[in-house]
Design a protein around this ligand. Sequence first.
Ligand code: DAH
Length: 337
Amino acid sequence: MIDEIRAARDEALAAVRQADSLESVIALDPQLLGKKGRLAQLKTQLGKLDTIDEKKVAGQAVNEALQAVAAAFAARRAELGDAALAAQVRAERLDLTEYVGKPTRGHAHLVTQAWERLEDVFIGMGFQVAEGPEVETDWHNFEALNMPIGHPARGEWDTLFVDHAAPGDEPGRTVLRTHTSPVQIRTMLEQEPPIYIVAPGRVFRRDTPDATHMPVFHQIEGLVIDRDITMADLAGTIEAFTKAFFGSEFSSRLRPSFFPFTEPSAEFDIQRPDGSWLELGGCGMVHPNVLEAGGLDPEQWSGFAFGFGIDRMAVMRHQIADIRDMFVDDIRFIEQF
Ligand code: DAH
């Protein structure tokens, strides 16, 4: 009997070892461990043995054999199960090698980056950020800025008129704003002085795109209104901005100029470390007519304003040869930054 049990056990263990797939090992379960299996059959024959001792020894041997087979069966099933899962994962795997190593996040547009850096620097200097609409009334864009209808300076702006009559206004007096300066008027009408704001935004002119011009571009406007503001405050602010934005090796100067909305007016230039000068934008003391249009008494309040292009900042920073490249969304260009 003991020999038969051992033979049945060894046969069962060999069968488990030889099973080479999950299905085949599972199929062995009933014949090895089920009621009809050889070991189970031997167990039913224990009663035929003569002595109690023989029954005890044989019974123990059968139980040990069943346990050994069950353990081997479970181990082999787990092993083959793992292998089957690994094979399935291998078969269903997506080949992502093309994407490995490439950045998954993009970056802000170069103009947005310049815009945000400008805001950061001016906020650091105590300014707040203001905004106004891109579609403006003729009054905000020109008249309130001391350019009444028929003023020769209007001819310098290649204005895009919008086919729309604003409520209470005549047709043909709605424009795509030609500069961010109308935000000066809106801010004065909306908030009490002291005013210290910058207004970055998109502006529009009827211009044919070329390497240095776009019909849609960006400006940042500055406006300070307080008591006893002088031209020295303007020059000091421009100088502080120049050093904060470009670096301490840069400096600035004001050059006399003309704008209808400032008196006196100036252009401001920055000097690069190599000594060369670059014209940046316009500025001046806010004209009394402009203060009045903004609802302020020129006897009580004075201020300065400035405005310059943002796109040019991005072009300078990244040494871009053609401004149009920034707006065509060619991935080969964009990926360089
Ligand atoms: N608005 C002017 C332009 O678009 C720029 C400018 C000049 C803005 C002088 C100002 C200023 O605030 O004081 O060309």
